[in-house]
Design a protein around this ligand. Sequence first.
Ligand code: OTU
Length: 609
Amino acid sequence: MRRHWPAVERGLATLYPAHGARLADQLAERVTRFVSERPDALFQRDLEREAEPDWFQQPDMVGYVAYADRFAGTLAGIHDHLDYLVDLGVTYLHLMPLLKAREGENDGGYAVASYDEVDPRLGTTADLQALAEALHERRMNLCVDLVLNHTAAEHPWAVKARAGDPTYRDYFLFYPDRTMPDRYERTMLEVFPTFAPGNFTWLPDMQQWVWTTFHEFQWDLDWSNPDVFAEMISVMLHLADLGVDALRLDAVPFMWKREGTDCQNLPEVHVLLRTLRAVIATAAPATIFKAEAIVPPDQLTPYVGAGDPPQHECELAYHNQLMVLLWSSLATGEARLMTTSLQRVAAIPTHASWVTYVRCHDDIGWAITDEAAAATGWNGFDHRNFLNEFYSGAFPTSFARGELFQFNPETGDGRISGSAASLCGIELALASGDTAHLDQACKRLELMYAVICGFGGIPLLYMGDELGMLNDHSYLHHPAHADDNRWVHRPPMDWAAAARRTVAGTLQARLFDVFRGLTADRAATPALHGGVNTEVLTPADPAILAFVRHHPVRGSFAMVANFGHSTRVFDLADLGLTAPTLVRTSDAEFEGGTIVLPPLAYAWFTTPG
Ligand code: OTU
């Protein structure tokens, strides 16, 4: 408390001028009680992580992202597949939303009906606790989603608000007519323009509009109410006491609203997150925050505390830019836009890291600004449009089989759904039976994952990518999913395909070996510690991506990759490293001081500390 409480008091005083002091006292009492009742094993974990706060920056950190039901049926079922994850080198399991969701359509669990209960379809609170223990025994960490921007309309808070309880009415944002909604809408965007247009929903029974940034059944919480803050602290402490190591904080940019803005990334959001974190860092320092903020880079880096002076905010955030630019580079056969864009991302504090990813459960939104595109001499609109055509398979030379998501004819904006394997060309190659194409497609997938495993931070493997799992159109027969094509890349785990990973010559054996190799080589490379920033170089050849990481104690790491369609040569001296040794390559070769990279080839280098 000596270390963190001043930040709690400051934050609460800023957010809730009239109630801050009262709330700080109330939380101090709650935290004191919580710590005194903390289970021994978790208290020990708290102490260890306070002493070694860089645990999540170790090179052996590798994430795996899955829906519990789609991966293993239930939480209890996951125990049977822990060996599979260990085999893959996984040390951080992110399970998608697992708290009790509303019935029917629930946005993949992102419409929470109770924060206190595990979804009965997945198991019980005891099952979650047992899973955390089993993971910890294997030196693995558990990350779970916390949807804190909104609740389901069926959550008891919302039900009470709807019934007229004034306390709970203040948990949400209601308006009697269109006056305020219209004023807000003037400057706001729409997240789901096709299936959930607008940001407000009319409730005929209440004769009120309610704020719903996402679906109409997801009601935004009013974080300017101190009671909401206090409630969410209880939720966080409950999850921390079940052994959750990381909370993926969903949709954080939207947590604070102000007229005349797009109601995203407002300064109060950062005060909120820093204050929530200071409370959790006091009570349960073994638990860290991962921000889900899919926003432009200058808006993103503050979520991990970038700024002058640097802050403690979330320990982790999704590197959306890297993900988007990887797909852009793969489609164009050029890395220049990726190079210039990544160079524009501000450095982040040494106490934070990225999570890097190729695919997740969401669509890919082309977060490439007109300005960033112009820096490469491209037109932003045309390029984003090209990427939609390319990845939906409409572009004549496309190898991808994806689907257009939320295309908005008014703005011309669209996003892409599809599994990594289908977007990399594996689906098309398998359908055509062309083995040379299949080889290329596998190389694309390997290249993408090699970049995110080498970039720095925790790489996340999205369930099924290690087996090349394809798009699954069965969601079309499921009424609650049919209008949301993100389900095309959320199939049930194909355990029959997983079994083929041990059969030499199969696609699964090839890909699984690649993933296992990437994670093993990563774990064995001390220089891949996440506490330093990545320096993206400017190679003379625009097809090449090259970056270095200099760790003052553990040595340097470098990666060179060829996104081009022909063989390229790179002068190793351009890495600026003394006597680099090769850690790993796909099929690059060396001639004197140069590296010869066939299309889609890459190499990892390191120097000792
Ligand atoms: C998140 O995504 C989840 O990842 C989605 O699966 C949910 O549908 C959504 O929240 C609502 O809970 O707009 O297109 O900047 O981009 O929160 C995905 C953050 C989303 C938003 C992000 C959101």
